[in-house]
Design a protein around this ligand. Structure first.
Ligand code: GLN
Length: 385
């Protein structure tokens, strides 16, 4: 065993595992959440132009290039309802995943408690462990995956330093209601806790309003808002994210970021400037496009016997499979990739107690319509139990 004790419990990320299995079995890959198309030309052109023009080949400033921090301030100022200072409140990171890790390493001490809402994106507990902190788990349960406010309140205590919140939520597709967000905010204020708010799916919603944690009363001063260009602009491979936080928290984020990646590649930061200046129609089209794909997949799955939980946001859909099997999610996902040649994610990996994922599989619908239809076609040949 060569892997450190700190990281040993976490094994290999499910996304790498399922994508490798998909390739090995020639499966349609609805597992790992990345679009199977390229990002927009106006963004790629800006990055390419910055490389051609020169001056883009050396280290950018540690907190991000000034025009990108300016563009982030311009876009998020109105969304967060306050003026943002690019010099003291915005840090560009290598994807939101780095921002999560830098925030925890920079603001949380060993022994502090961090509340994780299960199911969670799989890097959360790893980042908590790297910070030497102790996770406290709160669980969303089917069919509606609502926050149990009593369970939430019980997780807050003396040692709570932070709560990690993700809305719109991967993998359930929930967009937390104002009532749920206000409950989190109240507890954060009462217990003097930092809200680390991962909002990478902020633009992918199908009706319900995305509530931004930092806009709730008393929360601007205790929230770190995280996002990226990955989901909104279909550029998951560019790894450009950011942390927006009041100066004292930004100091913590940067204290970690400067020694993790130091910076994020210069050309993609120039591309991100163009992305953030996209016209309003861009976001409207994004939503319409994904809503259509959601409906295509959900109706296809329902017609062949799966039980989809209709997402209100994100490009993920959880579905029950009780008509096909009573295997656990991992075994069933394994069989789907091998026999049906469709790769999905078993959501047990997103829970502290993997049994909570039993009976559910996660589909990503950020794929061409033909790919979604092909997946449903292949799944339709599954024998009922
Ligand atoms: N966020 C994406 C998902 O949940 C993929 C993340 C990754 O591949 N590490 O599928």
């Amino acid at each position: 065993m060569t892997v450190s004790k700190r990281l040993r419990p976490f094994g290999v990320t499910i996304f790498a595992e399922m994508t490798a299995l998909a390739q090995a079995h020639g499966a349609v890959n609805l597992g790992q959440g990345f679009p199977d198309w390229d990002g927009p030309d106006f963004v790629k052109d800006a990055a390419a132009e910055s490389m051609r023009a020169g001056g883009s080949d050396q280290y950018p400033p540690m907190p991000g290039i000034p025009p990108l921090r300016r563009a982030i301030a311009d876009r998020y100022g109105p969304l967060l309802g306050r003026e943002l200072d690019p010099d003291t409140e915005i840090t560009v990171t290598t994807g939101c995943t780095e921002a999560i890790c830098a925030t925890l390493l920079g603001l949380v001490d060993p022994g502090d408690e961090v509340i994780l809402i299960n199911p969670y994106y799989d890097s959360y507990p790893v980042a908590v462990a790297l910070a030497g902190a102790v996770p406290r788990h709160v669980t969303l349960r089917p069919p509606d995956f609502r926050l149990d406010l009593d369970e939430l309140a019980a997780a807050f205590g003396e040692r709570t330093r932070a709560i990690l919140v993700n809305t719109p939520h991967n993998p359930s597709g929930r967009v937390f209601t104002r009532e749920e967000m206000e409950a989190i905010a109240r507890l954060c204020i009462e217990h003097d806790v930092i809200a680390i708010s991962d909002e990478v799916y902020e633009e992918i919603t199908f009706g319900p309003e995305h509530i931004r944690m930092a806009t709730l009363p008393g929360m601007a001063e205790r929230t770190v808002t995280l996002s990226s260009i990955g989901k909104t602009y279909s550029l998951t491979g560019w790894k450009v994210g950011w942390a927006i936080a009041p100066p004292a928290f930004t100091a913590g984020v940067r204290a970690a970021h400067q020694f993790m990646t130091f910076t994020t590649p210069t050309p993609v930061q120039h591309g991100a400037v163009a992305a953030l200046r996209a016209p309003q129609e861009f976001y409207a089209e994004l939503r319409t496009g994904y809503q259509r794909k959601r409906d295509l997949l959900a109706s296809g799955l329902a017609a062949i016997g799966f039980e989809p939980h209709m997402p209100q946001g994100t490009y993920f859909l959880l579905a029950g499979y009780s008509q096909f099997s009573d295997e656990d999610d991992r075994s069933f996902a394994r069989r789907l990739v091998e026999e049906a040649k469709v790769a999905v994610i078993p959501p047990g990996v997103f829970y502290d107690d993997p049994r909570h994922g039993h009976g559910l599989i996660r589909f990503a619908f950020c794929k061409q319509d033909a790919v979604l239809s092909e997946a449903v076609e292949r799944l339709s040949r599954l024998a009922p139990r």
